[in-house]
Structure formats: C-alpha cells, structure tokens
Design a protein. Structure first.
Length: 81
C-alpha cells in the first residue's frame, strides 16, 4: 500500500453544515451576525490548516464555504438566482 495524502470532504460541500450556518445567520443581525461568522470562519480555517492544508488553500476553502452559505441563505429567503 502506498502512502497518500487524505483530504477531508471540502467544507463548502458539507450541506448539513452549510444549511446550519445559513439558518443561524438568517436569524442574527448586525454585530451578532458578524461575530458569529468570524468565529465560524476562524474555526473552519483552523480545522482546515490542522488537517494539513496550507493557509492559502484553507483560506480559499473558507471563502467557498461562505459563498455556499450565502447561496443557501438566498434559497431560504426565496431569492434563488
């Protein structure tokens, strides 16, 4: 058996997590929403880097997650593009 890098499923495709964060953000406003998002993003970034990702790739992954959350929020509000 050869050695290989194991990569976790990309966070922007973890739909349960995307939906959970979108629902939570949909119920928050202003500074509370900003604080929640920053804490979530930091946690996801730390997790991605801790899983062996380089900081730039991890940051891109968090950005893709944020885009997926925004898309889900549009679905929840009926503003599907």
């Amino acid at each position: 058996m050869s050695s290989a890098n194991v990569r976790a499923f990309p966070i922007d495709r973890q739909m349960v997590l995307v939906r959970e964060v979108a629902a939570k953000l949909g119920n928050l406003h202003g500074d509370t929403a900003t604080s929640f998002w920053k804490a979530t993003a930091r946690e996801l970034l730390d997790l991605a880097i801790g899983s062996g990702g380089d900081p730039a790739s991890a940051s891109n992954e968090v950005r893709r997650f944020f885009a997926a959350v925004q898309k889900e929020m549009h679905v929840l509000t009926g503003e599907v593009a």
